[in-house]
Design a protein around this ligand. Sequence first.
Ligand SMILES: Nc1nc2c(ncn2[C@@H]2O[C@H](COP(=O)(O)OP(=O)(O)OP(=O)(O)O)[C@@H](O)[C@H]2O)c(=O)[nH]1
Ligand SMILES: [Mg+2]
Length: 362
Amino acid sequence: MGITEKITEIESQMAKTQKNKATEHHLGLLKAKLAKLKKEQVSGGGKGKGGGSSGFAVKKAGNATVVFIGLPSVGKSTLLNAMTGAKSKMAAYAFTTLTCIPGILHYKGAQIQLLDLPGIIAGAKTGVGRGREILAVARNADLVLLIVDVFDPTYVDRLKGELEGIGIRLDEPPPDIKIEPILRGGLDIAFTKKQSQLDERLVTSIVNEYGIFNGSVTIRQDATVDQLIDVLVGNRKYIPSLVVVNKVDLASPGKLDGLPFDYIPISAQNSQNLETLKETIYQKLQLIRVYTKTRFKGVDKDDPMLVKTGTTIADVCDQIHRDMRSLFKYALVWGKSAKHPGQKVGLTHVLQDEDVFQIYKK
Ligand SMILES: Nc1nc2c(ncn2[C@@H]2O[C@H](COP(=O)(O)OP(=O)(O)OP(=O)(O)O)[C@@H](O)[C@H]2O)c(=O)[nH]1
Ligand SMILES: [Mg+2]
């Protein structure tokens, strides 16, 4: 049996199995098998491409990257052009955009890279319409805009499903689960929180399925089977998202009432509500401002570096110059992240908003 047949077989088994306390273990194990096969399918298959599609080549630019994911003709290119002054082709027919078109949004001192992409269609995650390539661009994004139009706003769920299918987890933190395989000694499973889905037996079966028979598994949250599998499969991306409903100029008032999710209504064509959208993007990215101090110029408070929350001294070194990290000796830090003003720190030190740092080279 080939991988595809095995997948179908397991999926139909899962569909046939009633979900209850007695089948929990069985279903959990099937899920684990399924996830494993799907991973094999992606890395092994793909008409000799090897390693699956790598996505369009896009150079990262600016302080953060935001990608546009949506069906054809929802107005992605119109939105890019309205927010950045880019010139991505827009038209009344589907599949106008054929590649990844970048633009830069300047907002509150930040340069935010926006990436307009071709529209995706159902089945994109399995490669339909170059879908995998398009979706893969989102893996490196700091924020995903799920763009729908007023005619079909509930398509959001489908978009999420497509992204989910290529290992992107939207709006959830990475699971607090640690798995450390060792060579012998059996499995040591520890729960630090009460579990509603997992127990020792189920964790053992799932972890065994991934070829791990010795080592420690520490679960620090009330975790789901899917979260455990995600950690075992690895290579998952945890990215925030924002739903944008476009073409509100074409809808009668009340058309969007009662949508079961948060969204920003806009008209890209009439530049309606774009300021709110820009501000929300900026907030979602959680950029912080840090300042470099140099021996000659001191600190220039008018010239902040906008960086992501969690940025380290190593990251800012890379932004300043590509050789900076190798020349690095130590840094001094003032501000919230410093234990005392002018604390001496190394490359792994994490900066906080409004910090000032000075780098000393070898
Ligand atoms: N009424 C109205 N029309 C819009 C709006 N935004 C885009 N359009 C129109 O919708 C059509 C499609 O717009 P595009 O920006 O090309 O859509 P797209 O999502 O980039 O499409 P693909 O590149 O094919 O995926 C064009 O005719 C636009 O003029 C809007 O806010 N209101
Ligand atoms: Mg387009």
